[in-house]
Design a protein around this ligand. Structure first.
Ligand SMILES: Cc1ncc(COP(=O)(O)O)c(C=O)c1O
Length: 404
């Protein structure tokens, strides 16, 4: 409705909800119902035929979920949005929508472990093949396109290596070849990056992460740049596969979204402080963060993101043992997968989120045994720095002991 005229920080609070239509309730009511009664059989007929707008059954649409979808649509500058019961439900729905047996998907060389698992199932069972490639230049992308390629699937920043993919380059190639582009925008959140404005066709999120922001929901969102196509997905892939979100979880996301801008700003400022510390630590080999001036991809970051966000990856001197020892030596920072929560979380991708990826492919993605991913939370940065320093100190002590 108002959308485009509002700034993002206002939109996340007001878009898609009119309190006057809900007895003045300041917050969106939770329509915790499976079905909706009709005033007459005729009304039921009209709702089913689409001649009259209105709810029918919560798998086909729910007023609480609708507010979330409208808000997300505007936030990502899309024409339609759908909410799901998990990020993976959004990933599988869009990929099933776009492909048929015999088709080919071109993917960035790094993708979330379960997305890789889904692509492996699609290949084994339905002969929908894929290639994971470095998308460094337009030529590199162009060379990998096959006659049967139907879409390009991109993560940027890539989970967990933080490698960036130039979205303008991807869109240029896709347009030349009539391919759809899907971007997993989980790592940036809609506050820091809006791929649809660059010409991408679909953006998806694991809303479990920054959109919710409080670590208490599993959910997904898909936003598209074509209303008719999104309506089609709602009434086919989403309705028939059934991976919908519950009204209560949608409500939690509506609540979470309201603070997304302030949270992203704090995640980013905390991450910048930790980045400066990690870059100068003798036990750290390499640090990967989009808005690091020493990052060779900094120019790409500035072109498509408004700030670096809360995720930092780094390699520690040594291998798996040293990485695990470091993580075990932390006290405030929690060892957990997921990201985008108030709590700072640390994980070891090779043995956790990306353990399903065969070693050879994992290493080709840049996920070595010494790589650690840090999701910087909202705590006081000094407390986080003290925790990191304490863990490095413990490593040094052990190093000295083993050298004796
Ligand atoms: C980049 C990315 N995409 C998709 C997913 C899947 O989301 P969900 O766990 O909400 O199904 C994740 C989960 O960690 C993720 O990190």
């Amino acid at each position: 409705m108002r959308g485009n005229k509002l700034h993002k920080d206002t939109l996340v609070i007001h878009e898609g909800y009119d309190d006057k239509a809900h007895h003045g309730s300041l917050t969106t009511p939770i329509y915790q119902t499976s079905t909706f009664s009709f005033e007459s059989a005729k009304q039921g007929e009209l709702r089913f035929s689409g001649e009259e707008a209105g709810p029918i059954y919560s798998r086909l649409g729910n007023p609480t979920v609708h507010v979330l979808e409208e808000r997300m649509k505007m936030l990502e500058n899309g024409k339609g949005a759908l909410a799901f019961g998990s990020g993976m439900a959004a990933v599988s729905t869009v990929l099933v929508h776009l492909t048929k047996s015999g088709d080919h998907i071109l993917c960035t060389r790094g993708i979330y472990g379960c997305t890789f698992g889904l692509l492996s199932i699609m290949e084994e069972k339905y002969n929908i093949t894929h290639d994971l490639i470095r998308m460094g230049t337009e030529e590199e992308i162009e060379k990998a396109i096959k006659p049967e390629t139907v879409c390009i699937y991109v993560e940027t920043p890539i989970n967990p290596t933080m490698e960036l993919v130039d979205l303008h380059a991807v869109v240029n190639v896709a347009k030349r070849h009539g391919l759809k582009v899907v971007v997993d925008n989980t790592f940036s959140s809609p506050y820091l990056q809006n791929p649809l404005t660059i010409g991408v066709d679909f953006v998806l999120h694991s809303a479990t992460k920054y959109i919710n922001g409080h670590g208490d929901v599993i959910a997904g969102l898909l936003v598209g740049n074509d209303k008719d196509e999104m309506d089609k997905i709602r009434m086919s892939a989403q309705k028939d596969y059934g991976g919908i979100i519950s009204p209560f979880d949608a409500w939690l996301l509506i609540r979470g979204l309201k603070t997304l801008p302030v949270r992203m700003e704090r995640h980013t400022s905390n991450a910048e402080k930790l980045l400066a510390y990690l870059k100068n630590h003798p036990l750290v080999e390499q640090v990967f963060y989009p808005f690091d001036e020493d990052n060779p991809q900094y120019e790409i970051a500035k072109r498509q993101m408004s700030a670096g966000g809360g995720l930092i990856s780094f390699t520690i001197k040594g291998g798996r043992d040293e990485a695990q020892h470091f993580m075990d030596s932390l006290s405030l920072i929690k060892i957990a997968v997921s990201l985008g929560d108030a709590e700072t979380l640390i994980q070891h991708p090779a043995t956790m989120t990306h353990s399903v990826v065969p070693e050879e492919k994992r290493l080709a993605m840049g996920i070595t045994d010494s790589l650690i991913r840090l999701s910087v939370g909202l705590e006081n940065a000094d407390d986080l720095l003290a925790d990191l320093a304490g863990a490095f100190e413990k490593m040094k002590v052990t190093e000295v002991n083993t050298n004796i």
